[in-house]
Write a protein that binds this ligand. Structure first.
Ligand SMILES: Cc1cc2nc3c(=O)[nH]c(=O)nc-3n(C[C@H](O)[C@H](O)[C@H](O)COP(=O)(O)OP(=O)(O)OC[C@H]3O[C@@H](n4cnc5c(N)ncnc54)[C@H](O)[C@@H]3O)c2cc1C
Length: 680
C-alpha cells in the first residue's frame, strides 16, 4: 500500500531573519538517536535546490550512517537540502539544511523495506537560531502561522509538487495548546497555528501533525510542569541511583530523566510524555533484579515506582490491594496483621518490590509448595505504552471472562505495560515450620535425595547449596557449616505438628539412605530461621568473592543431577568458579559465576561459561530463567529456548501492545523493526 506522509511546515522568526546568526552545522542540532540508518534506506533528493554547505557531511561506515557532521567521508550532494529516510530505520533523521532553514524527515516506522516510495513522517522546518543549536533533540513541533513566516522557496516547492504532499500531520493537542507553546519565541498563539493549518488545508492537505524543535531542557521542563515537585529527577548524581539493578550490568546507560511516580496518574503522564517524544521507558521497582531488566539505557526515562507503597488488606475476601512499590516484606507484614499470609518469598523479599515481583513472576523458597507470584495475582492496573490504563481482573477467586490478560502481564518484565496496582490473594498464616539440614559428601547423593523427597511429599522448602556456597556463607556467618560437604539441603515442613514430625522423620531417613554425613532437625523456629537466613544470604556472600554473572536455569526435576554435574564440568573447563544454589525442589538453580572483572581473559571465560550453562539447561529440556527474568543479560539465549514460532508470537504480542517499542526496549528481546521479521 502506498503511503505518503510528508509535511513541511515553515516557521521563521522575523526577528531572527532580520539579524542572521552564525551558521550552525548539521551536527550542532541533530542527534541521530539510532546510530544505524541503513544506507540502502536513505536517499538524497532535491528539495528546494539550495546548495548545502561544504562542511555538511554524513559519516558512513559499514554501510550505515553513523554520524552527521563535518568529519565525515561522504559529503551531502551539493544540490541536496532534503534527504528521504525510508524503510524501517527507527528514528528521526536529518532532511537537509538550506541557509538557516532546515528540513527534517523521519522514517515511517511501518514502512516496508521493499517499498519504493519514500515513506516519510513529516517534521518541520524553522529558522530560529536558538533552536538550531539545540542538541539531543528528537521531537519537533511547529506552531505559528505560515502566513506570517513564509519561506517562498518552500512554498514554491510544495506548490509546484517538488515536495511530496499531500499530507501534513499535526497532532491535535498542540493546536489548542498547552501553555508551553506560548513560551516559544516563534509562537504567537493557537490562532496562528490554525491559520497555518488552514493554509495547508486550502492546498488539499487533510491531516496535520505539528512538531516543535526543542532543547533537552525545554523538553524536560514540559514534563516537570506536568508533575508535582520532586517527581522529576534530572540531576546526574541523583539519577545515578537509578542506573543499575543488582546484575550491575557494566553496559547500563545514563537516563535522560527519572520520574518518581506517586500514583497511576503520574505514571500515565510520564508514559504519555515519553510516547509523544519517542523516549524509551525503563520501569523500575526496587532495583534488586538480577538480569539487568531495570538497568537504564542511554537517554531513557526511568519510571521509578518506589514511592507508590500503599497497601490495603481486605480480610473478608482474603485479598490485598497494593501499589507496586511496596516491598514484598511490607505486604507480608500487612497481611500478618490480619492473621494472613502472602506466600511468594524471594530470598530478596526484604529489598524487592511487589511490582518487580509481578513483572518477573518472582519465585522463592516456599514456592515449592505454595507456587510463584502469578498464582497469587488476581488483578492488575497497568499503564500501557500509549499512556492509557487497563484494569484487569480483581478481588475474585474465579474469573474466566475474556483472555487471561492478567497472566500475560505477569512476568512481562516491563515490556508490555507498567503495573501501578496489584490485587493479590492471601492465605491463612503459615504454621511454624520444622527445619532439617543435611550435608552430603557427594553432589549426586544430594540431588538424588531431592528426587526421592519430591516424589513422596511436598515440603514447604527444599533448598540446596554446593560446597563453594557453603564456604562463602560460612566465611560470613561462622555458624559452623561443614566446609568439606559437596552439598547441603535445607528442608522445611509446615504441616500440623504431628504430620510435620512424620515428614521430617521420613526426610531424615531418605537423607541417611543417600549417605548424608550429617542430618540435624529442629522444631525451634529461631534455630530453623538461622539456616534459612544462611541460605538467603548465599548470593551476597558469594558476591564478596568477586564480580558475579548470575544464572537462573531450571530443568525438570529428574535432570537436576545432570545439570549440577554439567555446571561443575563447565566450571572446570573454563577455569572459573561457579557456586551453585538452588530452589532444588523446583529444579531451579542459581549458578553464580565468580570472576575478576579487571582480568580480561577471566571475564571472557566467565562469559563463555555463562552461555554454556544456559545451553546446557536448554539441552536438558530446561529453561534459561526460572524466576529472575530474561532482562538484558539473557536475551541472546531466548530465541534458542523459545524456538522461532514462540518467539514470533512474543514479538507479535509486543508489537500489538507497544507499537512504538518504547517500553523497556532492549530487555527480553530486541524488537524486530519490521513485521516481515516476525515470520519464523
Ligand atoms: C540477594 C538476592 C536474592 C534474590 N532471590 C530471589 C529469589 O529467591 N527469587 C526471585 O524470584 N528473585 C530473586 N531475586 C531477584 C529479584 O529480587 C527479583 O527479580 C524481584 O522480583 C525484583 O523486584 P524489584 O522490585 O527489585 O524489581 P526491579 O529489579 O526494579 O525490576 C525487575 C524487572 O521488573 C520490571 N518492573 C519493576 N517494577 C515494575 C512495574 N511496576 N511494572 C512493570 N515492570 C516493572 C523492571 O523493568 C525489570 O524488568 C534476588 C535478588 C537478590 C539481590
Amino acid at each position: 500500500m502506498r503511503r505518503l506522509l510528508f509535511a513541511l511546515m515553515v516557521v521563521s522568526c522575523a526577528t531572527c531573519l532580520a539579524q542572521p546568526q552564525a551558521q550552525p552545522t548539521i551536527k550542532d542540532f541533530i542527534r541521530v538517536q539510532s546510530p544505524t540508518i541503513a544506507l540502502e534506506h536513505v536517499r538524497v533528493i532535491d528539495g528546494t535546490g539550495a546548495a548545502a554547505k561544504a562542511d555538511q557531511t554524513i559519516v558512513i561506515s559499514g554501510g550505515k550512517i553513523t554520524a552527521m557532521g563535518n568529519a565525515g567521508v561522504v559529503p551531502v550532494p551539493a544540490d541536496a537540502n532534503r534527504m528521504d529516510m525510508t524503510g524501517d530505520s527507527a528514528l528521526p533523521g536529518l532532511v537537509g539544511m538550506h541557509d538557516h532553514l532546515f528540513y527534517i524527515a523521519r522514517p515511517n516506522l511501518n514502512a516496508s523495506k521493499k517499498s519504493e516510495e519514500p515513506l516519510l513522517t513529516p517534521q518541520m522546518t524553522f529558522s530560529s537560531p536558538r533552536l538550531y543549536l539545540a542538541s539531543g533533540v528528537t521531537t519537533l513541533r511547529t506552531t505559528g502561522s505560515i502566513e506570517t513566516y513564509t519561506d517562498l522557496n518552500l512554498r514554491n516547492a510544495i506548490d509546484t509538487g517538488q515536495l511530496p504532499g499531500p499530507h501534513i500531520d499535526v497532532t491535535g493537542p498542540y493546536l489548542d495548546g498547552p501553555s508551553f507553546f506560548l513560551q516559544e519565541p516563534f509562537l504567537k498563539n493557537a490562532e496562528d497555528a490554525r491559520q497555518m493549518v488552514n493554509y495547508w488545508a486550502d492546498r488539499g492537505v487533510t491531516s496535520f501533525k505539528a512538531y516543535m524543535f526543542i532543547t533537552r531542557d525545554e523538553r524536560l521542563k514540559i514534563l516537570v510542569d506536568r508533575l508535582p515537585n520532586g517527581c522529576v529527577v534530572i540531576e546526574p548524581d541523583h539519577m545515578a541511583n537509578y542506573r543499575w539493578d543488582r546484575a550491575n550490568d557494566p553496559d547500563a546507560g545514563t537516563p535522560l530523566v527519572v520520574v518518581r511516580a506517586e500514583c497511576t496518574d503520574h505514571v500515565q503522564v510520564a508514559v504519555r510524555f515519553a510516547a509523544e517524544h519517542g523516549i524509551p521507558v525503563v520501569p523500575r521497582g526496587a532495583g534488586s533484579g538480577l538480569s539487568g531488566g531495570s538497568s537504564a539505557t542511554d537517554g531513557c526515562m526511568v519510571i521509578a515506582l518506589e514511592r507508590m507503597r500503599q497497601i490495603t488488606v481486605d480480610p473478608v475476601t482474603r485479598t490485598v490491594v497494593t501499589q507496586p512499590g511496596a516491598l514484598n516484606a511490607e505486604v507480608k507484614a500487612a497481611a500478618a496483621e490480619h492473621g494472613l499470609w502472602y506466600p511468594p518469598d524471594p530470598s530478596s523479599f526484604e529489598i524487592c518490590s511487589i511490582g518487580g515481583n509481578v513483572a518477573t513472576n518472582a519465585g522463592g523458597l516456599c514456592c515449592v509448595k505454595y507456587g510463584v507470584t502469578t498464582d497469587y495475582v488476581l488483578g492488575l492496573t497497568v499503564v500501557l505504552a500509549d499512556g492509557t490504563t487497563a484494569k484487569l481482573g480483581g478481588a475474585r477467586l474465579k474469573d474466566v471472562a475474556g483472555l487471561s490478560l492478567t497472566k500475560l502481564f505477569v512476568g512481562s518484565e516491563g515490556t508490555l505495560g507498567i503495573v501501578t496496582e496489584v490485587v493479590l490473594r492471601l492465605v491463612p498464616a503459615q504454621r511454624a515450620p520444622s527445619t532439617l539440614v543435611a550435608t552430603f559428601a557427594s553432589l549426586d547423593s544430594a540431588t538424588q535425595t531431592v528426587l526421592d523427597i519430591t516424589r513422596r511429599m511436598r515440603p514447604s522448602m527444599l533448598e540446596f547449596m554446593d560446597r563453594t556456597t557453603i564456604n562463602a556463607v560460612e566465611d560470613v556467618t561462622k555458624m559452623g557449616l561443614d566446609r568439606s560437604a559437596e552439598g547441603m539441603l535445607i528442608i522445611q515442613s509446615d504441616e500440623p505438628p504431628g504430620h510435620a514430625a512424620t515428614e521430617i522423620a521420613e526426610v531424615t531417613r531418605l537423607c541417611e539412605l543417600h549417605g548424608a554425613t550429617e542430618v540435624i532437625s529442629t522444631d525451634d523456629v529461631e534455630t530453623g530461621d538461622a539456616f534459612v537466613v544462611a541460605r538467603r544470604m548465599a548470593i551476597p556472600a558469594v558476591e564478596r568473592k568477586g564480580s558475579l554473572l548470575l544464572e537462573d536455569v531450571g530443568v525438570p526435576l529428574p535432570a537436576l543431577g545432570a545439570l549440577v554435574r554439567g555446571i561443575e564440568a563447565i566450571s572446570t573447563d573454563r577455569g572459573v568458579t561457579i557456586a551453585v544454589i538452588a530452589h532444588a525442589g523446583d529444579g531451579n538453580t542459581h549458578p553464580l559465576i565468580v570472576f575478576d572483572r579487571t582480568n580480561e581473559d577471566e571475564t571472557a571465560r566467565a562469559q563463555l561459561a555463562y552461555g554454556e550453562v544456559m545451553d546446557l539447561a536448554i539441552a536438558l529440556d530446561g529453561t534459561i530463567t526460572g524466576e529472575h527474568g530474561v532482562g538484558r543479560l539473557k536475551k541472546g539465549w531466548l530465541p534458542a529456548y523459545l524456538g522461532p514460532d514462540a518467539l514470533a508470537l512474543n514479538h507479535k504480542i509486543k508489537n500489538a501492545l507497544d507499537p512504538q517499542g518504547i517500553l523497556n526496549p532492549g530487555a527480553v528481546y530486541d524488537r524486530p523493526s519490521t513485521l516481515d521479521q516476525l515470520s519464523p
